[in-house]
Design a protein around this ligand. Structure first.
Ligand SMILES: NC(=O)c1ccc[n+]([C@@H]2O[C@H](COP(=O)([O-])OP(=O)(O)OC[C@H]3O[C@@H](n4cnc5c(N)ncnc54)[C@H](O)[C@@H]3O)[C@@H](O)[C@H]2O)c1
Length: 360
């Protein structure tokens, strides 16, 4: 008897669905692509034809299809909440792309809906299935650098922006931090536990940008953010993120009572640890190559994560609640930048939607 496969639907037929979700569902022997949906009917139909499945304009029709057991929600950020809640209420398992939503109220409602329905709800942070992220987590959990005291994270690069909506706050919820920084927010929570306090500044240095032939002016999402973080554990550090820049570079350093971790662009994970008998802090550094899989493989793994969790009824290693917590950190930083004051987490519910960052 052949093994049961998971019937999957994709809600939102844009760039990431085409590059990551559709090919990897089709590639997975335990999954079966049943249907796609997009508010752009022509795009839904063309995608359905290309991938050999049913196309709908309305995702409710996709959810009504009994062949669909699970969905990937790959619409723009502001549209995630409605689709995820409807999917949960229809009893479908869910992979939602990042960010989970653009408000904490929506994120909470999404997590609650999935919990109520008893469906699996995971997020689209593919780097969770890479090499360096889990390695850093292991180093920290094994106590190889002792008690963590401080960190410094830099993540900058020029963005070509996949679509105009990424630069429209009502659809994206924010700029560089909401789109890119949200991966770092997820990592920081995962590696070091919750952040207790943030104090941030943000700015819009670039006034206008051309995205896919559309000239966007009066941008209302930040392109540059710097934040000071204090973790509940007592560790502290800084985080700088920017995308209106000419070239990319990123580093993460974490210092503890027994050593340090340093990760730069493409040179693996560097570790100094007294726990490993490293003799001398100048000569004792070891380089762990940590060769990352291709991006398409990372996407394959995040989809496989949901497929296997449903079919084998195993726990998820990354949940909607993790996505919600990453969003909370980003929103706290936005709020601090707006107020010009430190902000304490957890955030109070019902905070107003913030004004755009200050244009410089
Ligand atoms: N994990 C990653 O590496 C990665 C990379 C890029 C984008 N993303 C995320 O994926 C999501 C989509 O990004 P994209 O680059 O594919 O955007 P996109 O603009 O290319 O595609 C979004 C699609 O969603 C459709 N859509 C919007 N609202 C809808 C609704 N209610 N029902 C059905 N379809 C709807 C749009 O018509 C569009 O076709 C975003 O959340 C983005 O942040 C993740």
């Amino acid at each position: 008897m052949s093994e049961r496969t998971l019937g999957m639907g994709v809600i939102g037929c844009g760039g990431i669905a085409q590059a990551a979700h559709l090919p990897n569902i089709v590639k997975n022997p335990r999954a079966r692509l049943v249907a796609v949906a997009d508010i752009d009917r022509d795009r839904a139909n063309a995608t359905a034809e290309q991938w050999g499945c049913t196309g709908y304009r309305d995702y409710q029709e996709l959810l009504a299809n009994p062949e669909v057991d699970a969905v990937c929600v790959t619409s723009w950020a502001a549209a995630h909440a409605e689709a995820v809640i409807a999917a949960a209420e229809a009893g479908k398992h869910i992979l939602c792309e990042k960010p989970i939503a653009i408000t904490l109220e929506d994120a909470d409602a999404m997590v609650a809906a999935a919990d109520r329905a008893g469906v699996k709800f995971t997020m689209g942070y593919q780097n969770r299935f890479g090499v360096s992220g889990p390695l850093i987590k292991q180093i920290l959990d094994d106590g190889l650098i002792g008690k963590v005291m401080g960190l410094n994270v830099v993540g900058v690069g020029p963005s070509s922006h996949g679509a105009p909506w990424f630069l429209k706050r009502e659809l994206s919820g924010g700029g560089v931090l909401m789109d890119w920084g949200i991966y770092t927010a997820f990592n920081l929570n995962w590696w070091l536990g919750p952040v207790e306090r943030v104090f941030a500044t943000s700015a819009i240095f670039r006034k206008e940008v051309m995205v896919r032939g559309e000239l966007l002016t009066d941008l209302d999402v930040e392109d540059t953010v710097a934040a000071h973080l204090t973790f509940r554990s007592g560790a502290m550090g800084s985080w700088y993120s920017a995308w209106a820049v000419r070239t990319g570079h990123s580093t993460t350093s974490i210092d503890g009572s027994e050593g340090a971790i340093l990760m730069g662009k493409g040179d693996g994970v560097n570790l100094y640890s007294t726990q490993l008998g490293d003799p001398d802090h100048l000569r004792g550094w070891r380089n762990i190559p940590a060769v990352e899989p291709s991006l398409i493989m990372l996407h394959y793994r995040k989809i496989e994560h949901l497929v296997n969790a449903v079919l084998d009824d195993t726990p998820l290693v990354m949940t909607g609640a993790d996505g919600r917590d990453a969003l909370e950190l980003v929103l706290a930083i936005y709020r601090s930048a707006e107020l010009g004051q430190p902000v304490t987490l957890p955030l109070e519910r019902g905070i107003p939607v913030l004004e755009p960052a200050v244009a410089i």
